[in-house]
Design a binder for this molecule. Structure first.
Ligand code: HEC
Length: 86
């Protein structure tokens, strides 16, 4: 029954709290372990890092491919969402 509780909690949240497209995938890698945490960083720093990966200005292993899949507007929306405390 736990899933029902989770679903009703989700439904009760305002629409603005829903993750923008792509944002929920970030936690799969950045949610723990040895990965750089995203939630502790300001949205501006996350967006700048993503845009640098997209532009090929950082040497990544995977983030360039991920960042290239998003427009700058999408990156800024994702950065604001993952940086927000919750
Ligand atoms: C497949 C695993 C994976 C996913 C999914 C992923 N990342 Fe990453 N991320 C990495 C790795 C690995 C690095 C370290 C740089 C590299 O090797 O590419 C990184 C680095 C970063 C950095 C730089 C952090 C720092 O402190 O320098 C940011 C910002 C970032 N990712 C944001 C995101 C966002 C936003 C998403 C969701 C759209 C995301 N990542 C999805 C694996 C992932």
């Amino acid at each position: 029954m736990r899933i029902c509780v989770a679903l009703s909690l989700l439904a009760a949240l305002p629409a603005a709290a829903a993750p923008p497209p792509g944002a929920s995938s970030c936690a799969g890698c950045h949610g723990g372990g040895g990965m750089p945490a995203l939630a502790s960083q300001p949205a501006g720093a996350i967006a700048e890092a993503m845009l640098a990966y997209k532009a090929g200005e950082r040497s990544p292993t995977v983030m360039d491919r991920i960042a290239r899949g998003f427009t700058e507007a999408e990156i800024r929306a994702i950065a604001a969402w993952v940086a927000a405390p919750r």
